[in-house]
Ligand binder design. Structure first.
Ligand code: FAS
Ligand code: PHB
Length: 401
């Protein structure tokens, strides 16, 4: 078994793990990333698309925003549709100019991987049977088996559990010490990627009796759209024609707007759940991103919450290594959870506002009333917009860079 020493071992090479590794590397803190999958798999995995304003700022601090600023689509707001109405939400104007950016998550991952290539910091792909040990000592260890079957042990000061909802890190926190909060929704999202120019300049969110629909974008020739479906829907059994017909119905307006159709090149169903584990740390282990929480994708907070956690964790680790002050590390969980729960609440609110559950007629009328409030009240729009573009991150790693 080969033995490796480092300061921070990061489990998982998604946005959370790669962004943490990048920021620590910029601060001169050595770290090693362990990833279960191949590089190609994680570079091609289609997921999130919308970046909050603070996430864009943090990617700039990490020095990985060149492609984002070149190819990202900076939005001034979004359109809300219900009962045939089209209502423009000027989120940038209502938040002092804070734009959101459509830039695919897999491009963020590629940008971070390229930066790691350049820095030469170690990353192991196809790391199998990752296991965490001795977390309650000053030198915790992580073992894994490489693609050739050889065993390895990494000894570090700290372990960052960034291995997503199905990773191994969360369960390394003793069950008696962790509390899990979960809410499951009675619907899912069927997401499609279509080779057709977007039919809209800005994002469209639609509330309809048949269910929620959304029109997003990926490039001038690629559209990303979502449909509310049954939670157990199998995407492979849903005909493309039905998808386009339903999207056309749910996005329809009274002014003749038309939805352009094209070949669907990718479709998948995402289950909808809200999940948080408390606390986010155990001795020398710190959880971040989907390893710690899951939000319904409605408000596009998943990837952005991962970045928010990393802003706090990276600053705390930098403070430890630069000044010896461990107060931020000791308070990581409390600090990160403040923003996590605010994002959880907004994601739940936006999901409940826009998704229709058949038979819940009283709730449907409340939804319509809430939508009307949002249309009528400028202050309600401003409050909604603050949460939509992203409340400020709590961490300030830039003070060490
Ligand atoms: P990730 O899951 O991205 O990364 C974890 C990494 O750890 C993965 O690369 C995994 O292979 C690796 N790993 C797992 N187990 C391991 C182990 N034992 N050892 C080593 N490595 C291990 N969010 C939005 O904001 N908007 C969206 O539209 C949206 N759509 C989504 C669609 C789908 C299908 C899914 C699953 C998620 C979606 N999300 C969306 C949420 C998503 O973007 C996450 O919030 C984001 O990827 C979180 O990043 P990480 O915390 O890095 O976790
Ligand atoms: C996306 O483009 O994937 C996206 C955008 C906004 C959302 C959710 C998903 O609220």
């Amino acid at each position: 078994m080969s033995s490796i020493e480092t300061s921070v071992v990061i489990v998982g090479a998604g946005p959370a793990g790669l962004l943490l590794g990048r920021l620590l590397g910029l601060a001169g803190i050595d770290n090693l990333v362990l990833e279960l999958r191949t590089r190609r798999y994680i570079e091609e995995r289609i997921r999130a698309g919308l970046l909050e304003h603070p996430t864009v700022e943090l990617l700039g601090i990490a020095g990985v925003d060149d492609h984002l600023r070149r190819d990202g689509q900076f939005d001034e707001g979004f359109e809300l549709r219900f009962e045939g109405e089209r209502v423009w939400f000027p989120t940038a104007e209502l938040t002092g100019g804070q734009q959101t950016v459509l830039y695919p998550q897999q491009e963020v991952v590629k940008d971070l991987l390229r930066a790691r290539d350049t820095s030469g910091e170690p990353i192991v792909f196809e790391a199998l049977d990752v296991a965490l040990h001795n977390l309650d000592t000053e030198r915790p260890q992580v073992t894994y088996r490489d693609a050739d079957g050889a065993e390895h042990v990494i000894t570090a000061d700290y372990v960052a559990g960034c291995d997503g909802f199905h990773g191994v890190s969360r369960s390394a926190v003793p069950q008696t010490l962790r509390t899990e909060f979960q809410h499951d929704y009675p619907f899912g999202w069927l997401g499609i990627l279509a080779e057709v120019p977007p039919s809209t300049r800005e994002l469209i969110y639609a509330h309809h009796d048949h269910g929620f629909a959304m029109h997003s974008r990926r490039s001038p020739t690629l559209s990303r759209l979502y449909l509310q479906v049954e939670p157990d829907c199998d995407a492979a059994t849903v005909p493309d024609e039905f998808i386009w017909d339903e999207l056309t119905r749910r996005l329809a307006t009274q002014d003749g707007w038309t939805l352009h159709r094209g070949p669907i090149v990718q479709k998948s169903v995402t289950a909808m759940r809200s999940f948080v584990v408390e606390p986010l740390q155990y001795k020398r282990l710190f959880l971040a991103g989907d390893a710690a929480h899951i939000v319904p994708p409605t408000a596009a907070k998943g990837l952005n919450l991962a970045a928010s956690d990393i802003s706090v964790l990276s600053e705390a680790l930098m403070d430890h290594y630069r000044t010896g002050n461990d107060e931020l590390l000791a308070n990581y969980s409390t600090t990160a959870l403040r923003r996590i729960w605010r994002a959880q609440e907004f994601s739940r609110h936006m999901t409940a506002l826009l998704h229709h559950v058949p038979g819940q007629e009283f709730e449907r009328r409340l939804q319509r009333a809430r939508l009307q409030n949002l249309v009528i009240s400028r202050s309600a729009q401003a409050s909604f917009s603050e949460l939509y573009v992203g409340i400020p991150f709590e961490g300030k790693p830039e003070r060490f860079l």
